[in-house]
Design a protein around this ligand. Structure first.
Ligand code: NAD
Ligand code: DAU
Length: 356
């Protein structure tokens, strides 16, 4: 069994769904179901005996220790985090709490569990921490892409909290010997992404014929990777990554935000033409994000050479699949935005927590 934290969020859910599509090893998911966690993402597994969802916090040591003792996972993959940069700017407290304090408590719970393992179980155990390229800061146009040896220089409360969590994970390996792996990935897109992030937000707005907010001059660059390619990279690192190492995962797909927004408008125009003409007319340049990092780019040579990983999607094919998914699942976005799943959370939180 593997233990996935944050598995009801965007990347975690895609990871869990792909994992159980590809193999039968069971998954235990722990998720707090914050605004970004959505039980709907895992609804297809509701009757699947290979999957268990527990609602709870990575920082709840009593709960996490009980789960570890009961289920005895061979690996923990930590996706749980507050993940949105804009929210971190307007309210950093939750980011400090979950990304730093939560990771600390999780590491301590896992260390206690690992210390009690013996023989092969102890030798083969892994703690894989999912992190971001934002810890490396911002690149100028002529700078080389981020490699695993690029110094950390986080600029937002979000990236600073992720950087702190990466350092904790590193320290728990160097000090206590915990067998950790860390991945630092570029911008993901694909199904089940909360519509606060650029691609699903633009799709949602454009379908509603509403303005498409582009921060600043629209020339900030991100390196886009389809979420299923991120999941396949994580599986490779879990399978064959060297303990204590970090691996950068990226799509070699650098694009300016304005180019991405225009590509989304054009794709929707092809699939759902409107009488008013091109959706590019909806683009509006708005006030920039404070401290907005100019450019991210990942040098993924290490994972490619050492672990023979590469992405399956080009940006064009991945974006086409993603646009089709959002068009076919508009009720998913509506439910997420209406907060319909929150009533489930309020009713079930205490009960599910006790069950665990
Ligand atoms: P997300 O916000 O969609 O999902 C996060 C999940 O974590 C949610 O289900 C939420 O309920 C859960 N969660 C939050 N706090 C928790 C807590 N205290 N205890 C248990 N669960 C909690 O985020 P995402 O985009 O899926 O990102 C997942 C991970 O990948 C994060 O660690 C993020 O930093 C990292 N990452 C994201 C991207 C990206 O482009 N989205 C890229 C690289 C790395
Ligand atoms: O690089 C990896 C990171 O990518 C992850 O660690 C984060 O969890 C994830 O949220 C993402 O961070 P970004 O800030 O890059 O993603 P976001 O979708 O918020 O924004 C992408 C770019 O688009 C960024 O330059 C800001 C810009 N933007 C965003 C929004 C929401 C706009 O121009 N308009 C918008 O409305």
């Amino acid at each position: 069994m593997i233990f996935v934290t944050g598995g009801a969020g965007f990347i975690g859910a895609n990871f869990v769904l792909d994992w159980l599509d590809l193999q039968d090893e069971p998954v235990l998911t722990l998720d707090k179901l914050t605004y970004a966690g959505n039980r709907d993402n895992l609804a297809s597994l509701d009757q699947d005996p290979r999957h268990t969802l527990v609602v709870g916090d990575i920082g709840d040591t009593a709960l996490v220790r009980a789960l570890l003792k009961l289920h005895r996972p061979r690996a923990i993959l930590n996706f749980a985090a507050e993940s949105h940069v804009d929210r971190s700017i307007y309210g950093p407290a939750d980011f400090i709490q979950t990304n730093i304090v939560g990771t600390f408590h999780l590491l301590e719970s896992v260390r206690a569990y690992w210390n009690e393992l013996g023989g092969k179980e102890r030798e083969n155990f892994r703690f894989l921490h999912v992190s971001t390229d934002e810890v490396y800061g911002s690149l100028a146009p002529q700078d080389p892409a981020f490699s695993e040896s690029t110094p950390y220089a986080p600029n937002s409360p979000y990236s600073a909290s992720k950087a702190a969590s990466d350092h904790l994970v590193r320290a728990w390996h160097h000090t206590y010997g915990l067998p950790v792996l860390t991945t630092n990935c570029s911008n993901n897109y694909g199904p089940y992404q909360f519509p606060e992030k650029l691609i699903p937000l633009i799709l949602h707005q454009a379908l509603a014929d509403k303005p498409l907010p582009v921060y600043g001059d629209g020339q900030n660059v991100r390196d886009w990777l389809h979420v299923s390619d991120h999941a396949s990279g994580i599986r490779r690192v879990l399978e064959a990554g060297r303990v204590g190492e970090t691996y950068n995962i990226g799509g070699n797909s650098e694009l300016a935000n304005l180019t991405v927004v225009e590509a989304l408008c054009d794709a929707l125009d092809r699939h759902r033409p409107t009488a008013q003409g091109s959706r590019r007319r909806l683009i509006q340049f708005v006030t920039d994000r404070p401290g907005h990092d100019r450019r991210y780019a990942i040098d993924a040579r290490k994972i490619r050479k050492e672990l023979d990983w590469q992405p399956a999607h080009s940006f064009a094919s991945g974006l086409e699949q993603t646009v089709r998914w959002y068009l076919d699942h508009q009720e998913w976005s509506e439910r997420v935005l209406s907060g319909a799943y929150r009533s489930w959370l309020e009713q079930n939180y205490a009960e599910r927590r006790q069950e665990a």
